[in-house]
Design a protein around this ligand. Structure first.
Ligand code: M6R
Length: 618
């Protein structure tokens, strides 16, 4: 998965492309490259490293003149991240150039064929194979670039979003998509066009965007128009839908915070309000969710809910398992998208499959959605990114409306996903008669209080920072929780390992004695979620067991707790709430703890090593 962005118009392309790449770095950042056409020559520069490394290199490298060009920020799939494997890639004649996000699965077969026809390859990438395949077809068929791209893509197995330029036809860019996202911004009077993996690179220039659908190719003509064709049969797509972007520049900038992650942690009170706004209506004692209302019979008749997701979204799915079983009394199974798609699962028409994904682009979750659909299940999406692939693929769904999440570590995505899933469970619980009207009101009133309670928790940031300073050098961490807070323990551990590179594990508290307790010594910090609601006494016993083996306890406790306070080395108090909503609070101190530890260890919090925001490859 990578970020690609391009420009064709009357402005200087270079600053637009560089800024666009910086905004897309969340998609990958192990190497970067750019190509610009100055009216005569193709100028190409690329390097291992980040966009800032590319900028430094370009200064002594190439002319940055030109109104046409594109760039790429990479997360390596084929070939190690180095300058040679970075994109863009030139064809053998050096007339054609390409950037690509995705994977060409049959690249080896295609490469052998091209080698037999005299092609030489410089990189280990599948992308260099594709650009030479396009060149070979263009030469053999004596056709236009668009036609050659189309014919080449019909030979390709895999996923792609590509941008292609031909020096001999310098007034157009070719864009194509299958499986990887691509958006095209339309400038005023069709005088300029922007192309990017998402709309963030061009939001200050235009709000009009077309999202290419899978299997479509666009010919973007300077000063003229965008024409879209089906890749498999050349059919022109008439009146493609122009969407109005709701993103603002402010939303994708740091707004005074040192890192996007911290900004996003602090955005959670408002993000949750945005999630339930217009849906949670306490005065009318209802929860309005059109995706459910329009399909209510399917939900009421569902024999089972299967949740598919990856990473943090999978943890939100685990919280939802408790919510749906507890409140709506519907059996739930929670699956990793990557496992579900390959294990011949039993799916029936009475199943509802809920796909949870912040980006809406996670390849494994998307594949699980397609599989479930093909076997007759009703598929519901809980996504953040509007118009994303999963959001488009599902039968119905609810957006979390968390706003753009740029930090690679998911924070507000998690709490807003839980908010949507709680609304869903409450709505179904009420419809199915498992919650009384007064009890339903209690839930609604309490959910409305959550943003205020998160704000109170954020005021404990300095206290959490002091705890972080004590443990910033340890090699391992354990996180324990029970019931609704077991998934929070998993999420706390994931947050810490992904941004600070400290090894961390999450466990159900009672499982300690079945093995992990052997790890406890005086150098092992254990974060224990021990709120008053939910197996409190049992968790307190687990804390005693750790303490008696000299482990260091960081207790996440309810306000006013005195029992854990007497045993733990540190406590972080969270406001009281209903047990079902505790994950919305207990997760906040864990996010802050990992954030501060990572900053103190001098880690790149927003762009941790080896990771990318949206995992659009298997
Ligand atoms: O966009 P998605 O929610 O589908 O992404 C799923 C995971 O890749 C994601 O949650 C990942 O685990 C995050 N880095 C966790 O912070």
């Amino acid at each position: 998965m990578c970020g690609i962005t391009g420009y064709i118009g009357y402005r200087k392309a270079y600053p637009i492309i560089i800024q666009g790449l910086q905004r897309l770095e969340y998609r990958g950042y192990d190497s970067a490259g750019i190509v610009l056409y100055d009216g005569k020559d193709i100028n190409l520069s690329k390097t291992k490293g980040k966009v800032s490394d590319l900028q430094a290199k370009i200064k002594n490298d190439i002319s940055v003149k030109g109104n046409i060009g594109f760039g790429h920020t990479r997360w390596a799939t084929h070939g190690v991240p180095n300058h040679i494997n970075s994109h863009p890639h030139l064809s053998q004649s050096k007339n054609l150039v390409i950037v690509h996000n995705g994977i060409i699965e049959n690249y080896d077969t295609l490469k052998k064929e091209l080698v037999s026809r005299g092609y030489h390859f410089h990189s280990d990438t599948d992308t260099e194979v594709l650009i030479n395949l396009i060149e070979e077809i263009k030469t053999q068929e004596k056709c236009k670039l668009g036609k050659a791209v189309q014919l080449a893509l019909n030979q390709v197995i895999g996923a792609y979003a590509i941008l292609v330029f031909d020096k001999k036809k310098p007034d157009e860019l070719i864009v194509a998509k299958l499986g990887s996202p691509i958006a095209m911004g339309i400038g005023k009077n069709n005088k300029e066009f922007f192309i990017a993996s998402d709309a963030t690179p061009f939001i200050e220039y235009t709000k009009d965007a077309i999202y290419l659908e899978d299997g479509e190719m666009a010919i973007v003509k300077l000063d003229r128009e965008i024409r879209i064709y089906k890749i498999n049969d050349d059919q022109l797509v008439k009146d493609p839908k122009i969407e109005q972007l709701e993103l603002s520049l402010e939303q994708i900038e740091k707004g005074g915070f040192d890192h996007f992650m911290l900004k996003e942690i602090y955005e959670q009170p408002n993000a949750i309000i945005d999630t339930y706004r217009g849906r949670l209506l306490p005065d009318e004692s209802i929860i309005k969710m059109s995706g459910i209302d329009d399909n209510i019979e399917r939900f009421l008749n569902a024999k089972r809910i299967i949740i598919v997701a990856c990473g943090t979204s999978w943890h939100a799915g685990l919280v939802a398992e408790y919510l749906f079983e507890d409140i709506a009394r519907i059996p739930v199974e929670v699956e990793y998208g990557s496992e579900f798609r390959y294990r011949n699962p039993i799916i029936t028409e009475n199943d509802i499959v809920i796909a949870i994904s912040q980006s809406g682009e996670t390849a494994d979750t998307l594949a699980a959605v397609k599989l479930a659909k093909s076997q007759g299940a009703f598929v519901y999406g809980v996504c953040n990114v509007v118009g994303s692939s999963i959001a488009r693929e599902v039968h119905a769904g609810t957006y979390t409306h968390a706003g753009p999440e740029i930090g690679v570590a998911s924070t507000k995505a998690f709490t807003t996903q839980i908010t949507v899933l709680a609304l869903l469970a409450l709505k179904l619980g009420k419809k199915k008669g498992h919650i009384s009207a007064p009890n339903f009101q209690v839930y609604l009133q309490e959910l409305i209080q959550i943003p205020k309670k998160i704000k109170l928790l954020l005021e404990k940031d300095e206290h959490i920072k002091k705890i972080a300073a004590i443990y910033k050098e340890v090699p391992n961490f354990l996180y324990l929780g029970r019931g609704y807070n077991f998934p929070v323990a998993l999420e706390g551990a994931l947050k810490l390992k992904e941004i600070s590179y400290i090894h961390a594990e999450g466990y159900p508290a009672a499982e300690m004695k079945h093995g992990p307790i052997a790890l406890i010594d005086d150098n092992m910090p254990v974060v224990v979620i021990a709120t008053r609601q939910g197996h409190y006494e049992k968790v307190v016993s687990n804390i005693q067991e750790i303490k008696s083996r000299h482990g260091k306890i960081i207790g996440i406790v309810s306000e006013g707790d005195s029992v854990v306070k007497g045993i733990a080395d540190h406590i972080i108090e969270v406001p009281e709430t209903l047990e079902a909503f505790t994950p919305l609070l207990t997760t906040i101190p864990l996010q802050l703890l990992s954030y501060h530890i990572a900053v103190m260890r001098d880690c790149n919090v927003d762009q941790p090593r080896n990771l990318a925001k949206a995992v659009t490859v298997e």
